[in-house]
Design a protein. Sequence first.
Length: 408
Amino acid sequence: MSKGQEMATNGDAHEGLTEEEIAFIRTHLYANPGELILKAGKFKGLDVKKLAAQIQSRQKALKKLPEWSANETLIFPPALSVEQCSSEATARYKAGIVSGKTLIDITGGMGIDCYYMGRSFAETHYFEQQPEVALAAAYNFAQLGASYIHVHAGESMHALQEGLTADWLYADPARRDANKEKVVRLADCTPDVAGNAALLFHAAPHILIKTSPLLDIDLASRELQKLKEVHVMGYEQECKELLFVLDREMQEQEFKIKIRIIDAAGRPIHQLDFDREEERNALVSYAKPLDYLYEPHAAVLKAGAFKTLCARYNVQKLAMHSQLYTSEDYVEDFPGRSFKIAAVCKPDIREISQYISDGKANITTRNFPAKPEELRKKWKLKDGGDQYLFATTLADQTKVVIVCVKPI
């Protein structure tokens, strides 16, 4: 690999922010960026458009990237890039599943994952094809004291072909085009990690691939070689990403699916490991609503642990396609939302209204021929309150609304 590719050796350096610019961002951090641009004439000697973009990105990052947001010297990419980058929580989780002497990040980007995962290695190589993105990353890593990261502005595959090796290789493939269609295949992303498997495994015995939660897990498992684990990442109420762990020594066999619902520090709050064979063979029973109702987390639904939930948590399904569960005894560690059932009603507001206070309710539909907003409009209910309405279909095809409250 040519050393000219490494930004630290060729004299490239991002000029960063001046003290005056940092002070401006600090003062106007919660201001409307558009209004700041309109008032640009008031701020002589400052590139207000540039600073407004920094403020907009930092506003997006305040909750998602608390550690980076707290560092006033960092340069942030456009707000859309901040929206698409990994959160600090998921990056911290990744750092807990990789370790060794050397890491190669072949897809660079903003560098959130690289920064946190790199802490588990003595040396990390970051590759990014866009020079301006690589330049900003090199500057930010320097401000963060991440001297273990070597930034390369160039094509990572060339470096691998020239013999760069590591203990772990990380890739976050991007869509090949700008269309908004759902990505269901790895082949629709770039770089083509499945098509370059031989080169990647020559570079590292362990490979970690991050993808959008839209990707089809089973389709990806057929595209990938030596698949050991799939981590389905949940944070707050969303399924955030999929992680595919490949191992060069792995024999061709059933891969493990690891559901991880994490907190802001990247620590698992709920976890469930299973495989497709267990899911196929799991016994499932059905029941009408009992004392408690459970709605699986989005990460559980993405992983497809529908029958496994019954076996692991001693709950019963309401219907095959409703994906709601019930039990007589409260299951405290169920991976999702839990409720105490107050009543089971017909989908009739006259009956439902007996259990609602202040004309407010939180409405969810599962396997029901109407959307929540349609029911809210029809029933003239405001969103919110302490009551939760689940409109669903039972195993005998009866349409019901289950009125719930949070368990004590």
